[in-house]
Write a protein that binds this ligand. Sequence first.
Ligand SMILES: [Fe+2]
Ligand SMILES: [Fe+2]
Length: 174
Amino acid sequence: MKNAIGSRVDLNNRDIEYTSEFLSYIEDLLEHSYVKKLKRVDQHKGTTRFQHCINVSYYSYRIALVIGADPQKSARAGLLHDLFWYDWHCKKTPQLHAYFHPRLALKNARKITSLSFEEEDAIINHMWPLSFGFPKTRVSYAVTFADKYSAALEVGYNWGSFFGRKLSGILWNH
Ligand SMILES: [Fe+2]
Ligand SMILES: [Fe+2]
């Protein structure tokens, strides 16, 4: 883990502003096998679900500091919001994936840590407005916006590197 996609903050350097506080909130979860297993799952074609969850955790934390949400709960809910291991790009993806996977993530998250009401609501409603409920707390808003921001960055990053490779191939070969 080096940094959240789109951020230049090196998460291995605890001297950097934000980094040590952010890591102190999530380091117990990072050691758990449930979270480590996310490294083997693809999230946005080229970004692992582990990296996606780091991105959402970090941006949730930063957004929380701005909007006055609890930064620790935001960082933890962000890390756990997609805690499931099936590949949603494949044919066996459950029907109503947008409805189903937050509930599965919550069920898995409850097995590895105790969760506050804010954290549970943030996980369940992170797909808002595609969720079947509204975010009820500031933590939930931090996570749902961080999720969309991260997804956009990940897709942009992967397309950018895809077209970058194509372009450099064309320039190199001609
Ligand atoms: Fe999700
Ligand atoms: Fe997500």
